[in-house]
Design a protein around this ligand. Structure first.
Ligand SMILES: Cc1ncc(C[n+]2csc(CCOP(=O)(O)OP(=O)(O)O)c2C)c(N)n1
Length: 639
């Protein structure tokens, strides 16, 4: 295999150009083999194998910097830059990250996982290069989905102004996760067909000029007509107007063609955008036919692509999607918004049933929230279903547009908590902290999938901003109520009464906390268990009541401890003059959490039944000891 001799991009450049297509085939096979076992971003990575090889062959990498957007397509880049032997550990706990990571390789120049950062980052790198009088190329590779975001346009806007030596490769496969949406997407399609038109024009010219006598005259008439509409015909005018030289569109699977193009622009010292057309899933039949399904896939059968059977237990996402359909049927004010993830958020069926009440805003979370606010000012109730981690992008819109105007918009924060193999860029462990201090916000988290449907109903009926956070994965297969209920806002649920300690848990930590309490009972520790339901407004009455009864409070959350649910409870105790109550907060440390399965990470961070049990037991024992110690020392003093 050619690949056996490639341990760096320098090795790749030692190959002859003729060997490159065969190398591409080997890299594709390697990606398919490994991802069939580990799961991962298959279709996007397969789509850019030829492009990746051409980039490393044409440019002097890693001195020349390739900056990947999102980074989910960088598997070929990883394999070709000395990480082939680690590639089978892709996305495994302790193994290779699914995304570029500077600490993983000197060929990775910017950590990434969220979309649309590459142009800004690459421009920053280029500006630093110039300040330091260094000499290297910077190449941002961005997809047609990701380039539609405001952030990417902000980057292009400044790049065009600064006129920095910067290459942007627009990897256009007409797909985001689902088919790409929006006016820019239509524009790019027109560029592609425009190129065909150009080809057609050239052929027509040859044909007309070939006709004796009249041909030349006919050609001149045709040319005059064409010149009069020339302004409309300049390909890539949008990018040209932003200060980029537009090159393309070119076939992103033709390595020779790619190399020729890269060689043509090598001496350009201004911003260039190369429009490359690729096919998502290229070289793998089932991924080509169904690129959305194989965008991010669990392990699959190599021959058929079949994923092992999905469990029959409903996921939180399924329940959310079904509930939205029910709610929309009974309440015509309900509309739904997704930011390029209708399937991921469970809104795909809603979009089919209520096409006029569904909006896919593209990868534009901040716009999506302000757009929702506009809808709400006219009396509708938008539900914006965006993963917890991507809602981070919309913080100012939540503060300034949503909560300040106290508008009836619901944030459905899917994938809240530890998301697993995608790792630190994707864990949704900051939302309580970034939402709970914003005035007017009602923030809740269900203990199970049945409670989720009632919370969505409650949120949609509430006349102000609401957010519901729920985890990735399946629920507990609990019976589902047929009728949707309104929950009392700010009311917690006492699940178990006890006298030694009160465990107040939020969201998916309620069940493990309940299990832990059962085990503690076996050790003679009597624990109350509270399903908090609401982070805000917190059920202060309940908190104070259980705190008074037990004198010991433990909070449990799958969220960063700093500014999280436990902090809310401590603030409540403090405000009531009960800061002296013994307390323990169980949650995530002030650190980015690595990748791994959800269960591995919960175990490591003490967020499973075993971990909660051990922490609470230790806490109660320690505090009992401390309670005993002063008595002992007093006695000693008396003596
Ligand atoms: C801010 C943000 N929103 C949403 C996502 C989820 N996401 C990951 S890849 C992707 C589609 C990217 O499409 P494109 O840039 O065209 O790349 P392709 O996968 O088609 O190669 C989306 C929406 C994300 N990573 N970051």
């Amino acid at each position: 295999m050619i690949l056996d001799n490639i341990n760096s991009s320098q090795d790749l450049r030692a190959l002859s150009q003729e060997e490159l297509p065969a190398l591409a085939g080997e890299v594709r096979q390697e990606i398919i083999n490994v991802v069939s076992k580990t799961g991962g971003h298959l279709a996007s990575s397969l789509g850019v194998v030829d492009l990746t090889i051409a980039l490393h062959y044409a440019f002097d990498t890693p001195k020349d910097r390739i900056v990947w957007d999102v980074g989910h397509q960088a598997y070929a880049h990883k394999i070709l830059t000395g990480r082939r032997s680690q590639f089978p550990t892709l996305r495994q706990h302790g193994g290779m990250s699914g995304f570029p990571k500077r600490e993983e390789s000197s060929s990775d120049h910017f950590d990434v996982g969220h979309a649309s950062t590459s142009i800004s980052a690459a421009l920053g790198i280029a500006a630093a290069r110039d300040i330091k009088h260094e000499n290297f190329r910077v190449i941002a590779v961005i997809g047609d989905g990701s380039i539609s975001a405001g952030l990417a346009f902000e980057g292009m806007n400044q790049a065009g102004h600064l006129r920095k030596n910067l290459v942007v490769i627009l990897n256009d496969n007409e797909m985001s996760i689902s088919p790409n949406v929006g006016a820019l997407s239509s524009y790019l399609s027109r560029l592609m067909t425009g190129n065909l038109y150009t080809k057609f024009r050239q052929e027509t010219k040859q044909f007309l000029q070939g006709i004796p006598r009249v041909g030349e005259a006919m050609f001149n008439i045709a040319k005059r007509t064409e010149d009069s509409i020339k302004g409309l015909m300049v390909p890539g005018m949008l990018f040209e107007d932003l200060g980029f030289q537009y090159v393309g569109p070119i076939d992103g699977h033709n390595i020779e063609h790619l190399l020729q193009t890269f060689s043509n622009i090598k001496d350009f010292t201004w911003p260039v955008l190369i429009h490359v057309i690729t096919k998502k899933g290229k070289g793998c039949e089932f991924a080509e036919c169904n690129p959305s399904q194989y965008h991010g896939t669990p392990p699959f059968d190599l021959a058929t692509g079949k994923v092992s059977k999905k469990t029959a237990v409903l996921s939180y996402t399924d329940v959310f999607g079904q509930t939205m359909i029910k709610l929309a049927a009974e309440n015509e004010k309900v509309v739904a918004i997704s930011a390029a993830m209708p399937e991921g958020t469970g809104l795909d069926k809603f979009s089919e049933q209520f096409p006029d009440r569904f909006f896919d805003v593209g990868i534009a979370e901040s716009h999506g929230i302000t757009f929702a606010c506009g809808l709400a000012t006219e009396g509708l109730h938008p539900v914006a279903a965006i993963y917890s981690t991507f809602t981070q992008r919309a913080y100012d819109q939540i503060v300034h547009d949503l909560c300040l105007q106290n508008l009836p918009v619901t944030l459905a924060l899917d994938r809240a908590g530890l998301v697993g193999e995608d790792g630190p860029t994707h864990h949704g462990v900051f939302d309580i902290a970034y939402l709970r201090h914003v005035p007017n916000m009602v923030l809740m988290a269900p203990k199970d999938e049945n409670e989720l449907q009632h919370m969505i109903k409650t949120a949609v009926e509430h006349p102000g901003p609401t957010a519901v956070r729920y985890p990735r994965g399946t629920g507990y297969a609990v019976p589902m109520d047929q009728e949707l209920k309104l929950l009392e806002i700010g009311k917690a649920e006492l699940l178990r009464d006890g006298t030694d300690v009160a465990i107040i848990a939020i969201g998916n930590m309620v069940y493990p906390a309940g299990e832990a309490a059962k085990r503690l009972a076996g050790d003679g520790i009597s624990a109350s268990v509270v399903n908090a339901r609401f982070v805000k407004p917190l059920d202060k009455e309940m908190v104070l009541q259980v705190a008074k009864r037990t004198g010991r409070v433990v909070t449990v959350e799958e969220h960063a401890l700093m500014g999280g649910f436990g902090s809310t409870v401590l603030e409540c105790l403090d405000a009531a003059g009960m800061a002296g109550v013994k307390s323990l907060r169980i949650g995530l440390p002030d650190a980015y959490i690595e990748h791994g399965t959800q269960s591995q990470l919960r175990k490591k961070y003490g967020l499973d039944t075993e971990g909660i049990y051990a922490s609470v037991k230790d806490f109660v024992m320690q505090s009992r000891l401390k309670a005993v110690t002063p008595v002992v020392s007093l006695k000693a003093k008396d003596a």
